[in-house]
Design a protein around this ligand. Sequence first.
Ligand code: DON
Length: 588
Amino acid sequence: MHVIGSFFVTWLLGLIIGLHSSAVFSQSAKITSPDKITGHQPVVSELGMVVSQEAIASQIGADILEAGGNAIDAAVATGFALAVTLPRAGNLGGGGFMMVYLAEENKTIAIDYREMSPMSASKNMFLDQNGDVDNNKARFSAQSSGVPGTVAGLLYALENYGSLSVSEVLKPAIKLASQGFKINHDLSDSLRLKSKRLQKHAASKKYFYKAEGEYYLPGELLIQTDLTSTLKRISEQGSSGFYKGKTAELIVQQMEHSGGLISLQDLANYKVVEREPVCGSYHQYSLCAMPPPSSGGIHLIQMLNILENVDLKRMGHNSVGYLHHLIEAMRSAYADRSLYLGDPDFTPVPIKKLVDKTYAKSLSKQINPHKARRSNDVYPGLDSWIASQPNESEETTHYSTWDNQGNIVSNTYTLNFAYGSGIAVEGAGFLLNNEMDDFSAKPGSANGYGLTGGAANAIEPKKRPLSSMTPTILFDRNNKPIMVTGTPGGSTIITIVLQMILNTTEFNMSIAEATAAARLHHQWLPDTVSFEDGILNQRLDLLAKMGHKISPDSRVLGSTQSIALKGKRLEGSADYRRQGAAAISQKH
Ligand code: DON
C-alpha cells in the first residue's frame, strides 16, 4: 500500500497544481490517438463528455457525441466498447443498471438489466451435503452465472432513449474486436494476475492468452474473432442476435459442457425492467439513484438522511467526528440491507420507510457521538456470520456520459468478480458472470463481499440477486443536475458514492478533489472499518480509542467515473485509483 500511498500524494499534489493551470482547464481534451491517452487528468469542457475506466471506450463515446449522438447513444457505444477493451468488467455476459436523465422532460429513469436466475435454480443449490455453502460452486462454477442482461439493457436504452441505430453504436466495438486494440498495462497486469483462474477453461485461455498460455504484453494487439461474430449478430438482429439463434445456442452448449443451468428458454425469457428511481434529498440538494434489486439508492439516501441530523461541515472533512458519524450511519444502513432488501418482484421492499427522514432521525439518535457501537448490538442475532472473506479482486465498472443538450447517463455494469466465473462461452468470445453469488446462499452466510442476507435475497427461479451498484445523479436546489457518479467496489459502492456526494455538497470540492479524497468504508458486518491511505493515522488511532475496529491494512476503495456541472462547463474526473481510465470530451 505504500506505493499506492506515495503515488496518491504525488498525484494529489500534481492535481492541486494542475487545477490552477490553464492547460488542464483547456476547453477539451487534447487527444490525438487512443494509444497516447494516459488518462486520469480532470477534463473541463463546454461540450459533452464521457468518463469511463478505459480510455479507448471513453473516446468511442465522445466520438458518438461528436457525430451527433446523445448521451444515451454514447453510453450504449461505450458499454459495447468496454465489452471488448475491459473484459474483466465490461461485458456482454453480465448485467447492470442505467440511470438516464432526460433534459427535455426533466425526468430520471432507472433501467434494470440485472441478471435473472435460471428457471432451474433453487434455494439450496450452493449448499453441500453438510448444508454449508460451497463457495467455489457459488463463485466459480457455470452455475454461478445468472441469465445475462447487458445486451437487452443497452439495446432497450438505445431503442427508447437513443437516436442512433443498433449498427451505428456497435460499429466501433466491432472494429475494435475484429482489428484488435493495443493492450494497455492495466489489462496486461490483470490478465496475468488472473491467469490461473482463466486458464482453467479452454475458451477463456484461447481468448485472453497467446498460444501455450503466454501473457500479452502492453502494446501487443488483442484480436477477438469470435466476439466479433457475436457483436455482428447483435448488430444485425438486435437482442435476438444474443438471446436467440447462434449466440443463445453457444451459451447453452457451454452450459451443457460445464454443468451450468441457463437454457434457451431462460435466454428467451430475459426481461429488462424500467423502474421508478429512488429519489431523496440532502439539505438543499436532491438525488436519484437505483431502486431494488439494487440496495444502492435506498441506503445511499438512508445514510444521507441520518447524516443530515449532524453538522458535518463544522466537524471538518475526514475529521474524527466526521468519520465516526459516517461509520455509524453506514453500520445502521447495512444492518437494514441484510434484512429488508431483495428483488422487489419477489419480496416487498419497504422503500418508503427505509428512506423516511423520521426513521433516519430515530437511527441518528442511536449514535453516541463519542463511542462506537458494536454491530451485534445494532442488529443482534447474526453471530453465525462467517468472518473469512475471499481475497478476490473487485471488478465492476462505472461510466458516465453527459451531452450538450443536458441528457445524462450513469451506468454501472458487471460480471461480479473480475472476469466473472472465469468461464468464456466457446465460440462466442465473451465471459459469463458469477452474479448468483450475490444471492444469499444460506441465511446469515456471507457472499464474496462479506454481505449477509436472508429470505428476501434467497435464490428463486427468475429472481434477480440483490446488488450494491449505485449509479447516481445529483441535482441542485432548482432540480438541475449537477453531478453524475458511480463506482465499482462490491459492498463498498454505496459508501463510496455517499462520500462523493458529501465531498461535493458539504465541502464544496471540485469533482477531481472529491474523487481524490481518501475514502473509508463500514458495512455493519464484518464490524471493521476499511480505509484508504490518506486518512491520517492519528485519526484512525482516535477512532480505535472510540471503540471502532480498524482494519490492520489500508485498501483501495472503488474507481469513480464522474462528471460535474460547474457554471456552463462540465468537469470530468476519471479515478486515479486504477490504471487506464479517462475523461474525454467532444472536440467540437
Ligand atoms: O451487484 C453487486 O453489488 C456486485 N455484483 C458488484 C460487484 C462489484 O462491484 C465488483 N467490483 N468491484
